[in-house]
Design a binder for this molecule. Structure first.
Ligand code: ZN
Length: 421
C-alpha cells in the first residue's frame, strides 16, 4: 500500500467558517489543557495515566463539560480523541529522541488543525468540474476546489481515502485527504538518464544542457512590502516593554509578513511540483548530488552567497528558500521516480564544479567564471553548471544516451561556435 495525501482549499460559508475556527481553537485549547495537566503531574511527582484512561476522561468531560470548559462540547468526539493521541505520540517521539518535548500552542503562532480520522463520514461528492463537497463533523457540508480525481469518488482511480485533516493556513482552511493506493508495478521505462546539479545561478542545471530556473517568488512591489513590514515588526519589537505580551499591532504585522511568505512558499511549491513532474516524465533515471556532501563543497567554493547577484537585503530569504527547495526537489524526485517506474540515484560527487566531465581533470583554473567552463587539458568548453550535471551523471554510472546525448553535444558546441562567430 502506498500512502499519499491530497491538499485542497476549502470554501466554507460564513457560519461554517466560524464553526471551523471554534473547533480549531478548541483543539488547541485541549492540547494546552493536556500539557498543563502533564506538567502538573510532573511537578507533584504523580504518575501519568495511560492514554486510554486520558481518552476516557476527556470524552466524559466532553459529554458533560464542567463549568468553564463548555468549549469542549464544540469539538467532535473524533477530533477530541485525535488530540489526545497526538499529544501522547508527541511525548513518545520526544522520548525516542526524534523531537523536542511538546509545548503550549499559542493563539497566534500555532497552526490550527482539526483531525477527521474516520473516512466513512466524509461522503465526498464531486459537484461539477471545479467543485467538490464533503462532510465535516459538526460543521456540515463544505465545498472544496476539485483539482485531482480522488479514489472512492472517481471510479477509475484505485485506492481509498483513509482520513483527513483540516489545516488552517494564512490563506484559509484546507483539507488534507489521506489516500491509500494499492502497489502497482510501475511501467517499464526507457533508460534515458539525466544528471542534475542544484545551484544558485540556475536552480537546476540538467546534463542535457538545459536549465530549470525558479522564477522570482515575489514581485518587486511584494518584496518591497515584505521588507517594509519586517522593519516595522523590528521597530514594534524594540518598543515593546519587557515582560509584556506581544501587542495586537505587532501580531498584526506578523500576520501580514506570514501571508507574504506563505505566498512565496506556495509559488515555490508549485514550481517544484511542475518541474519535478516534468523531469521524471521525461527521464527514466535521475542522478543528483548527495545534498550533505553538496552543501559542504558549496560553502567551500563559496557560491552560496554569490556577490553582486540579486539584492542583498533579499539574500537571506532567497537563500533560505533555495536551501529548502534543494532538499524538497530531492524528495519530490524520489517519490515521483518511484511512482513512474524510474530510478533516483544519489551520489557523493565532490569537486563537480572543478572536474572536467570529458577528461576527468580537476583544475580550479578551468572554471573561468560563474558560468563558463573551459578545460585546461582537453579544451572542452561549455556551461559550468552543465559540466557539473554531467559529472553527476557520470559519477552515478548512468550512461547518457539517445536524446539526452545529442543535446549534450549541442550544449557543448553552442558556446564555442557562438564565440567564434
Ligand atoms: Zn577536459
Amino acid at each position: 500500500m502506498a500512502r499519499s495525501v491530497h491538499v485542497a482549499r476549502l470554501y466554507p460559508e460564513i457560519g461554517q467558517l466560524e464553526r471551523l475556527n471554534t473547533q480549531g481553537h478548541a483543539t488547541r485549547a485541549l492540547w494546552n489543557l493536556l500539557h498543563e495537566w502533564h506538567l502538573m503531574c510532573c511537578e507533584h511527582r504523580r504518575p501519568m495515566l495511560g492514554w486510554p484512561e486520558i481518552d476516557r476522561q476527556v470524552k466524559a468531560a466532553r459529554r458533560d463539560p464542567p463549568e468553564g470548559f463548555e468549549w469542549l462540547a464544540k469539538l467532535p468526539a473524533q477530533a477530541c480523541g485525535a488530540v489526545v493521541k497526538l499529544y501522547v505520540a508527541a511525548w513518545k517521539r520526544c522520548y525516542s529522541g526524534h523531537a523536542r518535548p511538546p509545548r503550549f500552542k499559542s493563539r497566534h503562532r500555532a497552526r490550527m488543525a482539526i483531525d477527521i480520522p474516520q473516512a466513512p463520514d466524509f461522503r465526498v461528492v464531486r459537484l461539477n468540474r471545479r467543485w467538490g463537497e464533503f462532510t465535516v463533523p459538526m460543521v456540515g457540508r463544505i465545498r472544496f476546489r476539485w483539482t485531482k480525481p480522488l479514489p472512492g469518488v472517481t471510479r477509475t482511480v484505485p485506492g481509498r481515502l483513509t482520513g483527513a485533516r483540516l489545516v488552517h493556513e494564512t490563506n484559509g482552511w484546507h483539507v488534507v485527504f489521506r489516500i491509500e493506493t494499492p502497489d502497482v508495478a510501475p511501467p517499464e521505462r526507457s533508460a534515458s538518464a539525466v544528471g542534475i546539479d542544484r545551484g544558485v545561478t540556475h536552480t537546476l542545471a540538467l546534463s542535457d544542457g538545459t536549465f530549470r530556473d525558479m522564477p522570482k517568488l515575489l514581485s518587486d512591489s511584494e518584496a518591497k512590502r515584505l521588507l517594509r513590514l519586517e522593519r516595522k515588526a523590528a521597530r514594534q519589537r524594540r518598543s515593546r516593554p519587557k515582560n509584556q505580551p506581544t501587542s495586537n499591532r505587532l501580531n498584526q504585522t506578523y500576520d501580514q509578513i506570514a501571508k507574504l511568505r506563505a505566498r512565496a512558499k506556495r509559488r515555490r511549491d508549485d514550481w517544484i511540483h511542475q518541474t519535478t513532474t516534468e523531469i521524471t516524465r521525461e527521464f527514466g533515471a535521475v542522478a543528483v548530488e548527495d545534498l550533505k556532501v553538496q552543501s559542504l563543497t558549496r560553502s567551500a567554493r563559496g557560491t552560496v552567497a554569490e556577490p553582486g547577484r540579486g539584492v542583498r537585503r533579499k539574500a537571506g530569504l532567497n537563500r533560505a528558500i533555495l536551501g529548502m527547495a534543494w532538499s524538497q526537489i530531492g524528495e519530490h524526485l524520489d517519490y515521483k521516480t518511484t511512482r513512474t517506474g524510474g530510478v533516483l540515484v544519489k551520489v557523493p560527487a565532490p569537486r563537480t564544479s572543478q572536474r572536467c566531465h570529458a577528461c576527468g581533470l580537476v583544475d580550479p583554473a578551468s572554471r573561468r567564471s560563474q558560468s563558463l567552463y573551459v578545460c585546461t587539458n582537453c579544451a572542452w568548453s561549455g556551461n559550468a553548471d552543465t559540466n557539473a550535471a554531467l559529472n553527476i551523471v557520470n559519477a552515478a554510472g548512468l550512461a547518457v544516451s539517445g536524446r539526452g546525448g545529442s543535446r549534450v553535444a549541442e550544449a557543448c558546441e553552442a558556446p564555442t561556435t557562438r564565440r567564434a562567430a
